[in-house]
Design a binder for this molecule. Structure first.
Ligand SMILES: Cc1ncc(COP(=O)(O)O)c(C=O)c1O
Length: 396
């Protein structure tokens, strides 16, 4: 049969994205898999029912549609197994619930996605798990934070909103010496630009909501584990009763097919805008890992294959009491950029970053921090819109 003799290792990343997870000849040659809506699955007889002796048993335990997406993600991540959950936030919280127990201690990067910090400081604390936040730029200094009961190290790189890079191989080596599982939120890079499991990370997490879905209309998360940690993850997901829906899984798989070319465009446009911003007097600093001026640039160059389309910059303002007013004027001056949360979709978005929850990292002193998600619009139009923002901020 066609397709069967080509192996993922033999083809380029875009070819892999086109083919991953599903063979059209498994379903009459249709290029996309069917969107199977299911709770009940019928068994042909009592014996098969009793032994669960068939591939599919119930909707929460997977369908041909969710399987197609999970296999595609397994291929991209090099994982032993992948679960789907209803959001990127759930992907992180389920991973933590899978590997942590009362009395355990976890180390979480200080530049973690804010809602994960909220989960740690409320629910994990209530369940008797202690969390310490570590400095993303500390490297080997993290060793001093390990305790005999440290069971999990959570990395996010680039860090949320401030985009810090981390020395991932060093962190992994230390965590494994202490027998802690290493989880990583790799949403920013996607497995196209960084494959966590290849660097020794045990569990790779994606908010599929962002680049995999790509169209600002789907919420989904995926968690992919290596052989050692897969069974625990699979069982936890079954115990919690979480699953991805047929339509969302279908759309995320559809999004994956074009993710490579979308990312190339996001990357190119974002870097062009970042370089343009860096040259301006009204910009104090640009926080983008692919810029040589960025503190984590060398780590990014060493380990990552690319940069995606979201980064931040510091507007030059001066007086701290003007930060909020100037940031709001900038955002209100934009016409093309939407003001909204999330990123990874086709539309450009902007927001003012609030760093009040950070324990270690200090907010910039030169002015407010603004985050841009550079969409698929034409760069000249994006630049013209940002000019409108700068003019509005200057007038305010
Ligand atoms: C790095 C990162 N991880 C996870 C999430 C959560 O994803 P979701 O919006 O699907 O819950 C976000 C959302 O912005 C994020 O930026």
């Amino acid at each position: 049969m066609k397709n069967e003799n080509l192996h993922a290792a033999d083809v380029g990343p875009n070819t892999q994205l086109i083919r991953a997870g599903y063979n059209p000849f498994d379903y009459h040659g249709f290029i996309n898999p069917p969107a199977v809506h299911a709770s009940t699955v019928l068994f042909p007889d009592a014996q098969t029912m009793e032994t669960h002796g068939q591939k599919y048993t119930y909707g929460t335990r997977g369908t041909p549609t969710t399987d197609a997406l999970c296999s595609a993600i397994n291929e991209l991540e090099g994982a032993a197994g992948t679960i789907l959950v209803p959001s990127g936030l759930a992907a992180v919280t389920v991973a933590f619930l899978a590997y942590l127990s009362p009395g355990d201690h976890a180390l979480v990067v200080d530049s973690v996605y804010g809602n994960v910090r909220e989960f740690c400081d409320t629910m994990l604390t209530r369940f008797g798990v202690e969390v310490d936040y570590y400095d993303p730029s500390g490297g080997a200094a993290i060793e001093a934070l390990f305790r005999p009961n440290t069971r999990l190290l959570h990395i996010e790189a680039a860090g949320s909103n401030t985009f810090e890079m981390q020395d991932i191989p060093t962190l992994v080596a230390i965590a494994h010496r202490h027998e802690a599982v290493v989880t990583m939120d790799n949403t920013w890079a996607t497995p196209l630009y960084f494959r966590p499991l290849d660097f020794g990370v045990d569990v790779s997490i994606q908010a599929s909501t962002k680049y995999p879905a790509g169209h600002a209309d789907i919420l989904m998360g995926s968690v992919s584990a290596n052989v050692k940690y897969w069974d625990r993850l699979r069982k936890t997901n079954g115990q919690l009763g979480l699953c991805g829906t047929a339509d969302d899984a279908y759309q995320v798989l559809r999004g994956l097919r074009t993710m490579g070319i979308r990312l190339e465009r996001h990357q190119r446009s974002a870097l062009a805008i970042a370089e343009w911003l860096e040259a301006r007097d009204d910009v104090a600093r640009v926080l983008h890992p692919a810029l040589p001026s960025f503190a984590g640039h060398e780590l990014w160059k060493r380990d990552f294959k690319g940069a995606s389309g979201v980064f931040s910059f510091v507007l030059t303002v001066g007086r701290r009491e003007d930060f909020r007013l100037k940031a709001a004027a900038f955002l209100n001056g934009l016409q093309l950029f939407g003001l909204g949360y999330s990123w990874g979709g086709f539309i450009s978005l902007a927001l003012a970053v609030n760093l009040d929850d950070r324990r270690i990292l200090q907010p910039p002193e030169e002015g407010p921090l603004l985050r841009l998600q550079i969409g698929l619009e034409d760069v000249a139009d994006i630049r013209a819109d940002l000019e409108r923002g700068f003019e509005a901020a200057m007038r305010a």
